[in-house]
Design a protein around this ligand. Structure first.
Ligand SMILES: [Zn+2]
Ligand SMILES: [Zn+2]
Length: 132
């Protein structure tokens, strides 16, 4: 199975779930043939990208995952090279809004949640190309 497909599938299962799920729950709900190791790998990737919330039970030590909803104000970083999206849990403009307004009277429109740039991996590739 293609990597993007498994990502999409795990994302759908987590988004549709009302409660946090562990990897086994996701495995049980999946009908596309994901293996447990694929699910674990996908969950780790999602966690690193800040897309999901991981909770570890203090009693069973079991990790459960839930998709972060978009209600809290945050931003998406999108790479213009590979189109990867990374979620930022906080607003980098907090305080900056006030500063800009104070200096210029301009109020920043902070409704556009996607910030464009170049991700770590693509920056690394660019660097390597220059060096070679
Ligand atoms: Zn990139
Ligand atoms: Zn913001």
């Amino acid at each position: 199975m293609k990597k993007t497909k498994s990502r999409e599938q795990v994302k759908q299962i987590l988004m549709n779930a009302r409660e946090p799920l562990n990897a086994q729950d996701i495995f049980n709900r999946d009908f596309t043939g994901l293996t447990l190791s694929t699910i674990y790998r996908t969950l780790i990737a999602f966690e690193q990208e800040g897309l999901i919330k991981k909770e570890v039970s203090p009693i069973t030590r079991e990790a459960t995952y839930s998709w972060k909803d978009d209600e809290e104000h945050g931003h998406i970083l999108e790479c213009v090279k590979c189109r990867k999206q990374i979620r930022l849990d906080y607003c980098p403009f907090e305080g900056v809004n006030e500063l800009i307004e104070e200096k210029t009277g301009f109020t920043l429109d902070d409704e556009n949640h996607v910030l464009y740039g170049v991700c770590k991996e693509c920056n690394q590739k660019l660097k390597n190309n220059v060096e070679n």
